[in-house]
Write a protein that binds this ligand. Structure first.
Ligand code: TYC
Length: 140
C-alpha cells in the first residue's frame, strides 16, 4: 500500500485525513463517505491554491436480479451459486425473494467488478435462451 504522503507527491497534492471528533456519549451514524473522506489541498493550480477539496471513497454498486415469467427457478439458483458464490440454500432464498418481490440483491461491489458480473450473468442467461435480467445500481 502506498502511503498518502507518497500519493500526494505523485499527484502534487497534500492529503490530510478527516479530522477526528471528540467522543460524545452516543456514537453518531456517519456515511461511508464521511468516515473515509480525505482533504486534498491544491498546490499547482493558482486559482485553487490553499483551498481544500473533500474527496470520498469511490461508490459501491449493488448487483440485482429481476424477476420474469420464463427463467426456470433452478437456473436462477445455479446463477447465484456460480457467479455470486452462494450456497444452494442461500441462493434459493434470494431466488424466491426475486420471484415474489420482483428484484433481489446478489451482492455489492466496486464498479468494474459489478459491471463484469452483470455482463457475465446476462451472457450466460442468453446462452441458455433465458430472459433473466441482471442489473447494477449505485449505492446511495
Ligand atoms: N419467476 C420465475 C418462474 O416462476 C423464476 C425466476 C426467479 C425468474 C428469479 C427470474 O430472477 C428470477 N419460473
Amino acid at each position: 500500500m502506498q502511503r498518502s504522503s507518497q500519493l500526494g507527491k505523485k499527484y502534487n497534492i497534500r492529503l490530510t485525513p478527516g479530522k477526528l471528533e471528540k467522543p460524545t456519549g452516543r456514537a453518531k451514524m456517519r456515511s461511508r463517505g464521511e468516515r473515509n473522506s480525505m482533504a486534498i489541498q491544491h498546490q499547482l493550480d493558482p486559482e485553487l491554491a490553499g483551498q481544500e477539496t473533500r474527496v470520498g471513497p469511490p461508490p459501491l454498486y449493488t448487483v440485482l436480479l429481476l424477476n420474469d415469467d420464463y427463467t426456470p427457478m433452478e437456473f436462477v439458483v445455479v446463477v447465484l451459486q456460480q457467479f455470486f458464490a452462494m450456497a444452494h440454500e442461500q441462493a434459493t432464498v434470494v431466488m424466491l425473494k426475486v420471484h415474489t418481490e420482483g428484484r433481489g440483491v446478489c451482492g455489492v461491489y466496486p464498479k468494474d467488478i459489478a459491471a463484469t458480473k452483470v455482463d457475465e450473468v446476462n451472457r450466460f442467461a442468453r446462452q441458455h435462451q433465458h430472459p433473466l435480467q441482471c442489473i447494477m445500481e449505485v449505492q446511495e
